[in-house]
Design a protein around this ligand. Structure first.
Ligand SMILES: [Zn+2]
Length: 255
């Protein structure tokens, strides 16, 4: 049987777009930038921005690409440069996202893996014979040029599909710009950035609605928690199914 990797998209597609500014704009600003021109559509390709949410990847039938509901989302943290207190805020944010989606996270420990534009989803030497866990890392524009510009972070899922099966997310990345994230106004702002990027990891895309946390620009402390649209989108993303597992060994890159 021929099995192939249809897409390992993601981290590349969306993510330069999380522009975060630390101050309330003086006047009504022009519509927020949807990114640095490389995120292929920033506002997402479906899901209905008018509903207050949008999805990173949408299937032909309008359903978003989801994580399997019967396996926890495994993640590793690269602790280098982790700001003081960040771990507690991260755990709090993960709990909040878990609560909003019904999905579970599983801490798979620490890593020294650096974020990369074309991250391999299967790294058996590092993570064993399974999909690489989602990578959470603290970085800076010198190491990761996706953080150049005004982005305080980026995040997104990576999905796979075999045969004609439903694509599902199996990994992803969340990378924070340490300096920018911590200079924005304390724990509330850090948590807002974390929630925003983790929501990307689940599959939410940006929306134009400035009342939602998934607006690409966080205006100071105005919106620091998940809002109605964000929560509605996360609930839909969590409402998936238990997919039969896909063995990474069975897949080769179509690339
Ligand atoms: Zn974003």
């Amino acid at each position: 049987m021929r099995i192939w990797l249809v897409v390992i998209a993601a981290a590349v597609a969306m993510l330069a777009g999380c522009v975060v500014v630390s101050e309330v704009p003086e006047q009504a600003p022009s519509p927020p930038s949807q990114g640095q021109g490389s995120d292929g559509g920033g506002g997402g390709d479906g899901g209905g921005d008018g509903d207050g949410y949008a999805f990173v990847h949408v299937l032909d039938d309008g359903e978003p690409v989801r994580w399997s509901t019967c396996e926890p989302i495994r993640y590793v943290v690269r602790p280098d440069n982790e700001p003081e207190g960040a771990r507690a805020l991260l755990e709090e944010s993960l709990e909040r996202i878990a609560e909003a989606t019904g999905l579970e996270f599983e801490d798979a420990g620490s890593t020294d893996e650096a974020p990369a534009q074309r991250r391999r989803l299967y790294q058996p030497d590092r993570y064993g014979d399974r999909w690489a866990p989602a990578l959470i890392a603290y970085s800076n524009p010198e190491e990761d040029d996706r953080l150049s510009g005004r982005a305080a972070g980026y995040g997104g899922p990576a999905f796979v599909s075999v045969g004609g099966g439903t694509p599902r997310n199996v990994s992803g990345s969340v990378v924070f710009d340490v300096d920018r994230m911590t200079s924005m106004g304390g724990d509330g702002a850090v948590r807002a950035v974390m929630l925003h990027e983790l929501a990307h990891l689940i599959g939410l895309a940006h929306v134009d609605d400035r009342d939602q946390l998934m607006n690409p620009v966080l205006y100071g402390s105005q919106v620091t928690d998940l809002q109605e649209g964000d929560l509605a989108g996360l609930e839909i993303l969590g409402d998936g199914e238990c997919y039969p597992p896909i063995e990474p060994r069975s897949i080769r890159d179509s690339g």
